[in-house]
Design a protein around this ligand. Structure first.
Ligand SMILES: Nc1nc2c(ncn2[C@@H]2O[C@H](COP(=O)(O)OP(=O)(O)OP(=O)(O)O)[C@@H](O)[C@H]2O)c(=O)[nH]1
Ligand SMILES: [Mg+2]
Length: 479
């Protein structure tokens, strides 16, 4: 009987495990029988393993332990453990759920009468012996996910369909090195697809020039009468907000510049609200797109949701100095009392560090959701600039034009779309200028495309606002 796990899923697991490895099937309930005794006989003491459950909804999920299974009626201590979903209702949709670092001593549980058990109760697969009933095994365990493992916005239903009726359960041993039976070696993180996972313009100098021209020619909705659209950059500290502005500025200056301070510090480096204009060096004209840089979100410093609301509504002046001990209010010096459409924010770009999304603190996620609530109330369009993907995939680090051929980037995009509740097409993978000393067209294209898409969303918002104001004007005339 053959293994059920597709090679792409095996490669995905290898990426998550983080080393070049291959999987060897140890135990399979449809072949060996579903019994805790057989599971332990075949899997105890075998080192790192992956347990995979296949349910009757065609969903595939499971867990990884870097430590051996045992039968000592005791927990398995493992900071590297994680749960995962590979497929949901027949569609590939891989997500990793890392262990909560305060609870890794409860990563798994080994007991002779229990089948594979993750957390103290996250996944209890079965106990004793289970007979097949028709086409599936009605496992007698329980699913209490989100206990020891972090679900990053998912829940037991969106990972497992909320039941334990499985057509199969397999346990694979994780062996170091590439598979000796396979001629093609898959080195972790360097897996590249033959076809792009998202359609994108060609990566060449001509495309850079075309995109630059589109952005230079960009005009906000004419009826709105604005000099520029305002895009607000917002996100966790160190995510790359200031670097994004610097990258855009560098592209239009024709050389690497760093006008906005950027770097890595414990507290947000940006403490002043800035509305930056960008000048095109060749024409000498300013772009009709302004980038607004804010203070970063921190775990122990809550960005006041009302303060963000004032930024969105155009009440906060350029160069306002954020003060964590006294948030911006109507009484603050400089408060703009009667903001016009041109003072407001027309699109929000969440800047998210793609390399740390698995460990984004819950407090930050909560803050982001709260801020999103304020944006949704105002119908302000939202995108995500996903940064530091060079750290997620070495191939992207080598060459930014590999971005849409990297499965690791694709999975990070899917994860962020899930966490943020935004369509995947609104998640824009980029690479900021950070270490480079000269411009690179492949980096330029990603940044320019993201900027153009954001400007277009801002323009859609303006159009809607102009229509709304016209309708309100008509209503007033009638009154
Ligand atoms: N490798 C890599 N590093 C990046 C990228 N973007 C930003 N960085 C680095 O990340 C660090 C933080 O970047 P900033 O632009 O200062 O981040 P910020 O969001 O403005 O942070 P605060 O102002 O402190 O809230 C800097 O050292 C940047 O060089 C990227 O795409 N890839
Ligand atoms: Mg900054």
């Amino acid at each position: 009987m053959t293994e059920l796990l597709d090679q792409v899923y095996k490669d995905q697991l290898a990426i998550w495990i983080g080393k070049t490895c291959h999987l060897r099937l140890l135990y399979k309930i449809s072949r060996d029988g579903c019994s805790a005794a057989t599971f332990h006989q075949k899997c105890d003491g075998q080192g790192p393993t992956v347990t995979v459950l296949y349910n009757t909804n065609n969903t595939i999920y499971g867990g990884y332990l870097s430590q051996s299974w045992h039968s000592y009626s005791n927990f398995i201590n493992d900071p590297n453990a994680f749960l995962f979903r590979l497929q949901y209702n027949g569609s590939s949709n891989p997500l990793k759920f890392p262990i909560d670092h305060n609870s890794y001593m409860y990563a798994g549980y080994g007991k002779s009468s229990y089948g594979p058990t993750f957390g103290d109760s996250d996944i209890r697969s079965f106990s004793g012996t289970i007979n097949k009933s028709g086409k599936y095994f009605p496992l007698n365990g329980s699913l209490n996910m989100g206990n020891i493992y972090l679900l990053n916005g998912q829940n037991v239903n969106s990972i497992t369909n909320g039941h334990l009726q499985v057509t199969d359960l397999e346990v694979y041993q994780v062996k170091d090195g590439s598979d000796p039976n396979k001629s093609t070696e898959v080195a972790v993180g360097s897996v590249i697809l033959d076809y792009p996972w998202r359609k994108f313009p060609e990566f060449n100098e001509e495309a850079v020039q075309q995109l630059k021209k589109l952005i230079i020619d960009f005009e906000p909705e004419s009826d709105a009468n604005l000099s520029a659209v305002n895009i607000l950059l917002i996100g966790q500290i160190g995510a790359g907000k200031s670097s994004f502005f610097n990258s855009v500025n560098s592209i239009f200056r024709g050389k690497i510049t760093s006008k906005a301070r950027s770097g890595s510090f414990e507290h947000s480096l940006t403490t002043v609200f800035r509305k930056y204009t960008i000048k095109d060096q060749n024409s000498g004209h300013n772009l009709k797109i302004r980038l607004c840089d804010t203070r970063g979100l921190e775990e122990n410093f809550r960005m006041d949701a009302q303060e963000i609301a004032y930024i969105l509504d155009g009440n906060v002046p350029d160069r306002y100095q954020f003060n964590p001990s006294s948030p911006f209010t109507t009484e603050t010096f400089g408060f703009i009392r009667n903001p016009r459409l041109g003072d407001k924010i027309h699109c929000v770009a969440f800047v998210v560090d793609g390399s740390t999304i698995d460990v984004m603190p819950q407090k930050i996620l909560k803050q982001l959701k709260e801020l999103q609530g304020r944006m949704n109330q105002r119908n302000i369009p939202q995108v995500v600039y996903l940064t530091k993907l060079d750290k997620v995939c070495p191939k992207v680090d080598e060459d930014a034009s590999n971005m849409f051929y990297s499965p690791a980037v694709r999975d990070t995009v899917n994860k962020v779309a899930d966490v943020m509740g935004l369509p995947r097409g609104h998640i824009l993978p980029i690479k900021n200028y950070e270490n480079e000393t000269s411009l690179d067209p492949n980096i330029d294209i990603l940044i320019l495309k993201a900027l153009k898409q954001t400007a277009d969303f801002a323009d859609d918002y303006l159009e809607e606002q102009v229509d709304k104001m016209a309708a309100e004007g008509k209503r007033k005339e009638k009154d």
